[in-house]
Design a protein around this ligand. Structure first.
Ligand code: KE4
Length: 435
């Protein structure tokens, strides 16, 4: 290895002595693909500079927040200005109100909003509220769905939980796991079966309206509308986890794209503009139950801090000023999908490409992938070889099969071409086929 690569490897050795797995979030550790993770020194637009001295085309985008790319000038400027005025007050500030109003304007089902510091906090708080509002204890989620690491959600969870082979984590009491029901995504009959079997006991149905944590699995026509009807019929609330899809699937999120109005929504990622922000919101009659206006307790030292709020507000302002960003992301996504499909055509019996807008996954199994059972058929060893083949060619994919590739407005035709060209070479290598 050259000196820079040695430095990167040495950093990982140091990291593993003080950080579990050497990282602060499991999927970053390359556990699913092997090898040494790239420690990032800096990033700009859609490119990363690694401590290994190499530059990479970034297809992770910090797992979603960076819809406009790394270090967007207006967002950096907003953060710099806000920092000089104080990063956190622990008291209300005007920018929190402006941010809540901006979210509500974009996503009208959020009549009221509460900011948190992560998507996990947002989703878990929304569930607490749903339980309080309905007086019911059970939560129905979907196998392969990921809603953060709150105890009740670590049951057949996707993303890093599935990648690490522990979709139902130890440390979660059986009593808590027992309050979580899991259904098959895109299967309304399965949802109805569970709602009937637990009649009057399900507080909410929690769903990623675009599943991104088993790889990208689009909702089939009628699925989301069917969930709305089943929730109404069974007195359960519908919780859309739009931590990924919010402000990515469109200016109004997936609920705007598909025209289905949830009772509660969890947000994160993009609304922080790269800083730690989550949010939950929904019908006023529900949200007014949240402390201090109501008894449902939820709090946070840094919730709504002015620094993160300014970053998020600048992000939302840019998206409001430049709605054409969404058409551009759709076009880039379509071009990447078409290019990958063409590159994978000789292996169509062993791969498939699935996409919603700027979210995409190349699965190492034949399609369609409709749910987590389908996704689990993927050849993860082949994905690992493909991942490293792409990395060697300067393209950094999410280091796990059960994740989405995230495009940004900083990607362009050149970057799509680079990713497709790399895939044309990495695919036969990964599948052990002579090009
Ligand atoms: P955070 O607590 O990581 O901010 O959000 C949790 C969460 C909630 N809901 C959905 C739909 C999510 O995708 C996430 C987090 N996404 C993962 C990527 N699949 C974050 C990456 C990581 O865990 O390091």
């Amino acid at each position: 290895m050259d000196a820079a690569a040695d430095r990167n490897a040495a950093l990982f050795d140091r990291a593993r002595r003080v950080l579990p797995g050497g990282v602060n979030s499991p999927v970053r550790a390359f556990g699913a693909v092997g090898g040494t993770p790239v420690f990032v020194r800096s990033a700009k637009g859609c490119r990363l500079l690694g401590e290994d001295g190499r530059t990479y085309l970034d297809m992770v985008g910090s797992w979603g927040p960076l819809l406009l790319g790394h270090a967007h000038p207006r967002i950096v400027k907003a953060i710099r200005e806000a920092a000089g005025d104080g990063t956190s007050f622990g008291m209300p500030s005007a920018v929190e109100v402006e941010m809540a109003e901006a979210v509500a304007r974009a996503m009208p089902s959020l009549e009221m909003v509460r900011f948190t510091c992560s998507g996990t906090e947002a989703a878990m708080s929304a569930v607490r509220l749903a339980r309080a509002a309905t007086g019911r204890d059970l939560v129905l989620k979907f196998a392969g769905g990921y809603h953060g690491h709150a105890d009740g959600f670590l049951v057949e969870a996707g993303s890093g939980a599935a990648t690490g082979g522990v979709p139902s984590s130890p440390g979660v009491p059986a009593s808590v796991a027992g309050a979580t029901l899991t259904a098959r995504y895109n299967d309304l009959a399965d949802v109805e079966r569970l709602l009937r079997a637990h009649a009057g006991r399900v507080a909410c149905v929690a769903v990623e309206p675009v599943a991104g944590n088993m790889g990208v699995v689009p909702p089939e026509p009628g699925f989301l509308e069917g969930l709305r009807g089943l929730c109404d019929g069974h007195g359960a609330l519908l919780l859309f986890d739009e931590v990924i899809s919010g402000f990515r699937a469109g200016p109004g999120g997936a609920q705007g794209l598909y025209g289905v109005r949830p009772d509660l929504t969890a947000l994160g990622k993009i609304i922080g503009g790269g800083l730690p922000v989550g949010a939950y919101g929904g019908r006023r009659v529900l949200m007014e139950r949240v402390a201090p206006s109501g008894p449902v307790y939820q709090a946070g030292t840094l919730s709504g801090n002015p620094l993160a709020m300014r970053a998020g507000l600048e992000m939302l302002r840019i998206l409001a000023e430049q709605p054409q960003v969404f058409a551009r992301l759709e076009s880039l996504g379509a071009d990447l999908e078409a290019g990958l499909r063409d590159a994978a055509a000789p292996f169509a019996d062993r791969t498939c490409v699935q996409r919603v807008g700027s979210l995409l996954t190349l699965f190492f199994c034949p399609g369609p992938v409709r749910n987590f059972e389908d996704a689990l058929r993927a050849d993860r060893a082949a994905f690992g070889r493909f991942f490293h083949g792409m990395l060697r060619r300067g393209v950094h994919l999410p280091p796990a099969q059960f994740e989405a590739w995230f495009l940004s407005a900083a990607h362009g035709d050149e970057e799509i071409g680079q990713a497709v060209a790399a895939a044309r070479e990495a695919l036969p290598e990964a599948l052990g086929v002579r090009p």
